[in-house]
Design a protein around this ligand. Structure first.
Ligand SMILES: [Zn+2]
Length: 330
């Protein structure tokens, strides 16, 4: 049992979590990706939990905290000292299950949709990387991995290639994946087979009908900071306008693709301001205090991963300074 699991069990068994909750004030924004269990063609790191575990997490959190929309203006002023928002990124079809679980309890969630996957369903680059790196093979030196790579395991292979893509692929993502397919001798994933992976526009409208918030998450899910200012603006306004057209309402929330500190920069912030974005969300851990001085273009979020039991997620709510810190998130 990990130390985090031990801490979670201690909090639950001794009812110390009631005391622990008094240790912080502000808004904790939790972030989820996929719900269910990964297949061969999925990135296992994208799976946050099963729908059953999500239902249990939501029960534990909503028993203890007020659950608010991440875009709510109310969390900064007045009301309970501690609140939690539940956010879900990318626009995978399995996320509709999470929306239903939240809606059954009358709770809000905030869903950030990558519009290019809805318009033109295809495999995400991270899913293709997971598929192409299933068998570790040596890679020759390339612009993306100048020293080549001698992987020690399939997991390390996937993680190093994924990091190289994020850092260097920029606008050459397709070339990167073609080269990787050549080196590994594995075929690229069949585009047709991705059709069922993503939400449709009817699903996105259904989310709104269930009381969920919807925000933008770019068109093609690039690491914005690796692009020119012009391309960054295309990705942001393209997704915002697409959502606005389909939902017939203003879109003013944005989640940075990947969301690490280096995934967005001053040019990205300028694009946010110009595009009418009111709040933009990162993804490297942390808790938001209640002061109005908080950077509205870097609202902190902490990830829920498949290694987190429902008890651990409840403990994250009780002790976010410890369990959701940027150091813990890394
Ligand atoms: Zn994403």
């Amino acid at each position: 049992m990990s130390r985090t699991d031990q801490l979670a069990t201690l909090l639950q068994r001794t009812r110390l979590d009631r005391l622990a909750r008094l240790s912080w004030r502000g808004l904790l924004v939790l972030n989820y990706h996929r719900f269910g269990r990964p297949t061969d063609a999925d990135d296992p790191d994208l799976y946050s939990c099963t729908p059953e575990d999500f239902a249990e997490q939501v029960r534990l959190l909503s028993d203890r905290f007020e659950i608010v929309p991440a875009g709510s203006t109310e969390w900064q002023h007045g009301g309970p000292a501690r609140r939690i928002a539940i956010t879900v990124d990318d626009g995978y079809a399995d996320q509709m299950l999470a929306a239903e679980i939240l809606a059954e309890r009358g709770l809000p969630g905030t869903f950030f949709v990558t519009t290019g996957f809805v318009d033109r369903p295809h495999h995400a680059w991270w899913d293709e990387i997971a598929w192409l790196t299933r068998q570790p093979v040596d890679l020759p030196p390339s612009p993306w991995l100048p020293d080549g790579l001698h992987p020690t395991s399939a997991t390390q292979f996937r993680k190093v290639v994924n990091a190289a893509y994020k850092a260097k692929a920029g606008t050459q993502g397709e070339e990167f994946l073609d080269a990787l397919a050549g080196w590994t001798g594995r075929p690229r994933l069949d585009r047709e087979k991705a059709a069922d992976s993503w939400m449709t526009w009817d699903d996105v409208r259904k989310l709104r009908g269930m009381g969920m918030e919807v925000g933008a998450h770019s068109v093609t899910h690039p690491v914005l900071a690796t692009l020119s200012a012009e391309r960054q603006a295309d990705e942001v306004t393209g997704s915002v306008e697409r959502l606005r057209a389909e939902l017939d309402e203003r879109i003013d929330l944005f989640a940075y693709p990947v969301g690490a500190k280096v995934s967005f920069d001053e040019r990205t912030r300028a694009v946010m301001a110009e595009s009418g974005i009111r709040r933009a969300f990162s993804f490297y851990g942390g808790v938001n205090d209640r002061s109005g001085g908080r950077d509205q273009f870097d609202i902190a979020r902490a990830g829920v991963f498949s290694s987190h039991t429902p008890a651990v997620v409840a403990a994250m709510g009780a002790l976010p300074a410890v369990l959701c810190s940027p150091a813990k998130h890394a």
